[in-house]
Design a protein around this ligand. Structure first.
Ligand code: G6P
Length: 369
């Protein structure tokens, strides 16, 4: 097992650090920015299905559901096709309205999650076209779907999903860009620009990983806290949810993720000097708004742990601690903003002596209801 961990203390840490290379593996052979090429084998013959769809419904569970939420933002943004994101477990039991005009995207690392599999079967019965985004080759979901794209994350052993999440987002971004190109909702120059930006992501992730020592420091300050709040807006709202989930899963500290503006509608009541608030405050269209959210937290003496873009000054001055990530277009930012949050939960859990790779009560793949 020590050999399999490749010198890391835990599989989770190894998998966090593998992200630059597995993200590259995921787009390798599919994307060539210099030639303006993006080709997904499973998608090419079905592009019309997507373009003629009334809507795309994404079904998934857990972390994969969070990847689906990120995808909702960029699929709608790039393609103007309406997207809904559903928990597979809710979708299958609420007599959903599905027709042949719907396209379903099922996202699953393991390809074995019982609720996701059942949701796919239901959608197929109703005549929808089902596309899979799976990691495990030959898994039940990959066999049950009409077509799909594999993430090439390699085996993920740690129960808390890390590299599966970022490779799912990589695949879903490529799907969105490919559809947008076919539909003409993206200009050629923007398309090529995004391909180049995608090719830069592994380097950006590598850079984000280099802040690990600073994140360890932050972890040591907050390891004994009982509650955390995570806030993000736009593309980074799902990242806030995922950051909170990671912390809950492996450290057993209660954490909630919220869209930053929703804070006023409840969570703000919880904020006092003992409440750390992780705020994703990178340079984006929402930057000023997030800055005012931070002011509201500070006015109530909450502790600010901000994820900021390189070169940021405003938030750095306001925050108690910062986690710095390289600048990317906002649509790709979840691929980098998620990195410090993975490291933060990992180090808090280790400091608390938790069983990081196999947290209590959780399973890597939930094959029963
Ligand atoms: C379990 C795992 C999570 C995972 C979820 C969905 O809860 O612990 O890490 O996100 O199942 O799994 P899937 O294999 O369908 O992505």
């Amino acid at each position: 097992e020590q050999i399999e961990k490749g010198g890391y203390d835990h599989f989770m840490l190894k998998e966090i650090h593998e992200q630059p290379s597995v993200i590259k593996d995921t787009y390798r052979g599919r994307l060539h920015a210099d030639d303006g090429i993006l080709r997904l084998g499973g998608l090419e013959n079905h592009i019309e299905k997507f373009l003629n769809a009334d809507r795309i419904i994404i079904v998934a569970c857990g972390t994969s559901w969070h990847a689906g939420l990120v995808a909702e933002y960029f699929i709608e943004d790039f393609t103007r096709i309406p997207v809904e994101v559903e928990y597979a477990s809710e979708f299958r039991y609420r007599n959903p309205i599905i027709s042949e005009k719907d396209v379903i995207i099922a996202i699953s690392q393991s390809g074995e999650t019982a609720d996701t599999l059942a949701a796919i079967k239901l959608a197929k019965q109703k005549g929808a076209f089902v596309y899979g985004v799976c990691n495990v080759v030959g898994s039940s979901i990959s066999r049950e779907t009409d077509s799909g794209t594999y993430t090439h994350a390699g085996p993920e052993i740690g129960v808390a999903s890390t590299k599966a999440f970022t490779t799912q987002i990589t695949v879903l971004t490529m799907i969105a860009l490919r559809l947008a190109k076919a539909k003409g909702t993206i200009s050629h120059s923007d398309f090529v620009r995004y391909l180049h930006e995608l090719e830069l992501i592994p380097t950006h992730v590598e850079k984000a990983l280099q802040t690990e020592d600073e994140i360890k420091e932050i972890a040591s300050v907050f390891m004994n806290v009982r509650n955390f709040l995570y806030l993000g807006r736009g593309y980074n709202f799902p990242v806030a949810l995922e950051g909170a989930l990671k912390l809950k899963e492996i450290s057993y500290i209660h954490a909630e993720g919220y869209p930053a503006a929703e804070m006023k509608h409840g969570p703000i009541a919880l904020i006092d000097e003992s409440m750390p608030v992780v705020v994703i405050a990178i340079k984006s269209d929402h930057y000023e708004k997030v800055v005012s959210n931070i002011q509201e937290i500070k006015a109530r003496k909450g502790k600010i742990l901000a994820v900021v873009s390189e070169g940021d000054k405003t938030v750095r001055e306001m925050a108690d601690y910062v986690m710095v990530v390289p600048h990317t277009p906002e649509a790709l930012s979840p691929l980098v903003t998620t990195i410090p949050l993975q490291l933060l939960s990992y180090h808090i859990a280790v400091m608390l002596g938790r069983n990081v790779d196999q947290p209590r009560n959780l399973a890597k793949s939930v094959t029963v209801e």
